[in-house]
Write a protein that binds this ligand. Structure first.
Ligand code: NAD
Length: 500
């Protein structure tokens, strides 16, 4: 797969594609080029440069910072095809989803431009005469961003364009599996900065590397916030390091998302939603539907239709039109999938699909048929996130039991209910319903828009990114009390007589 012309159009030259880290495409397993990973001293220099950029960027009026993001969105619009294709080549997601990922970047940029005039605080009533209390939101510093392979650019954008509008600088450690997309994004942002007439250099530093690089970013005292996206294991490794220096962590970790299908659900809509959520991105989304909890009265008919639809889904080259399921990211994802399926069968599960599929004789690529597994119960393997297209199906008779199953996993990212019964829908959204950060009605758990805050509870890490008021994570809040009178009344009526 020749990505050189694509990269060149986005400003990356072949001479830059050398170094110790080989980049492969999951589409055919072939090499795409090489990049150089950084050692900890280089990371420290990158943070120092970003900090210097922050010191002047924080003084730039926010709407002017928004103008940088508006220009960046123009670059993204102009290179949507190139970047979308590169995302597909590096991750293996189908081209429609690669393009969708770039569109998501554009959407969050548009949001951030508006936000650049809306970084507002509250004004509170003071108990003291001639006093006013207000809060001011101020830039935070260098924001460290660690990203996962499966959303190599959109998740960065959720964080970074808000952080930049908020007056911060960014140091980004992309997944070692998708560094080229990161370099392309850096180059497009640099073009936007040039069109703006310049910004402090090093507003965005990209540090290529593996776990050690992420750890060094987590440990760095000049990085007040680390936003890390990836597995729960990664969160458990990084969070204590950030906490040890009392830094802030924004964690977006694994999900194990369920959908409850009730007797009143619209069968056609449910089938389409379940398919997209379960097999889209070859089951490699944090919000992928992994557990289907179906009312026993409709379980057999839904399972029959799902078996057929999943069996017929076009598996193949994600760049080819009509493909619905691309490859797994690598061989270890395949091994993890097979191990999970074997365990599910040992637990009494009945499995359909899940086998390796040959595509164009690409021996170093890992294509699979999505698996449907009928489980007698929600066993331990079902409660784990296996990052592959496995949909476990469990039956239920009583909605309380279905909701309990939805909630009885360690992760708390996304959940759905399919119902036309208002009481069931409202119950699922209520305090005694789903315990997830994202809870949907008659839509699958995946495929969120940027307008809402994105993130989950429990082992998903509690972070919120993208829309709503997520921007507040990238700023520091100062509470200001202003006395415009001539006296000095004290709060709580305290008398502190100092005069004669
Ligand atoms: P991963 O955890 O293997 O890697 C993610 C990032 O963390 C990479 O940059 C990697 O280098 C780094 N990393 C991994 N383990 C580390 C460790 N022990 N110490 C330091 N750094 C470490 O995840 P992945 O395979 O790239 O992506 C899939 C995972 O990410 C899934 O669990 C998925 O649910 C999750 N994810 C979550 C969200 C979300 O918003 N909640 C979004 C995308 C992906």
């Amino acid at each position: 797969m020749d990505v050189v012309p694509l990269l060149a159009r986005m400003g990356i030259m072949v001479s830059e594609l050398s170094g110790d880290l080989a980049v492969r495409s999951p589409i055919d397993g072939a090499g795409l080029g090489r990049v150089r990973s950084m050692d900890n001293a280089e990371l420290a220099s990158a943070v120092a440069r970003a900090h210097a950029a922050f010191l002047s960027w924080r003084l730039v009026p926010p709407p002017r910072r928004g103008e940088l993001i508006r220009l960046f969105a123009e670059e993204l619009r102009g290179h949507k095809n190139d970047l979308g294709r590169l995302v597909t080549v590096e991750t293996g997601k189908i081209l429609q989803e690669g393009l969708g990922e770039v569109q998501e970047m554009i959407d969050i940029c548009d949001f951030a431009v508006g936000l650049s005039r809306q970084l507002h605080g509250l004004t509170m009533a003071s108990e003291r005469p001639n006093h006013r209390i207000m809060e001011t939101w101020l830039p935070l510093g260098v924001v460290g961003i660690v990203t996962a392979f499966n959303f190599p650019v959109a998740v960065w954008a959720w964080n970074a364009v808000l952080a930049l509008v908020c007056g911060d600088a960014v140091v980004w450690k992309p997944s070692e599996k998708t560094p080229l997309s990161a370099l392309a994004v850096k180059s497009l942002l640099a073009r936007a900065a040039e069109r703006l007439g310049g910004t402090p250099s090093s507003l965005l530093e990209v540090v290529i590397g593996g776990h050690k690089t992420a750890e060094a970013l987590a440990d760095h005292p000049q990085v007040p916030l680390v936003s890390a996206t990836g597995s729960c294991a990664m969160g458990k490794a990084l969070a204590p390091r950030i906490a040890a220096r009392l830094g802030r962590a924004l964690l977006e970790l694994g999900g194990n998302n369920a959908a409850i299908v009730t007797p009143s659900a619209d069968p056609e809509l449910t089938l389409r939603a379940v398919l997209f959520s379960a097999i889209g991105t070859a089951g490699q989304r944090c919000t992928t539907l992994r557990r289907l909890i179906v009312h026993n009265s409709i379980r057999d008919s839904l399972v029959e239709r799902l078996k057929q639809a999943m069996g017929n889904a076009a598996i193949g080259d994600p760049l080819a039109p009509g493909t619905l399921v691309g490859p797994l990211i690598d061989g270890s994802a395949f091994v993890a999938m097979q191990a999970a399926l074997a365990q599910a069968e040992a637990d009494g599960g009945i499995r359909f699909g899940g086998e390796r599929v040959d595509v164009k004789n690409w021996r170093d690529a890992w294509y699979v048929r999505p698996a449907l597994v009928l489980m007698p119960d929600q066993t331990a393997i079902v409660r784990q996130e296996t990052f592959a297209p496995i949909l476990y199906v469990m039956g239920y008779d009583d909605l309380d039991h279905a909701i309990a199953m939805n909630n009885e996993v360690p992760q708390g990212l996304a959940a759905s209910i399919f119902t036309n019964d208002l009481r069931e829908a409202e119950r699922f959204l209520s305090a005694s319903g789903s315990d997830c950060g994202i809870t949907n009605i008659n839509i699958g758990p995946s495929g969120a828009e940027i307008g809402g805050a994105f993130g989950g509870e429990k082992e998903t890490g509690g972070g919120r990114e993208a829309g709503s008021d997520s921007w507040k994570a990238y700023m520091r809040r100062a509470t200001n009390t202003i006395n415009y009178g001539h006296d000095l009344p004290l709060a709580q009526g305290i008398i502190f007589a100092t005069g004669p």
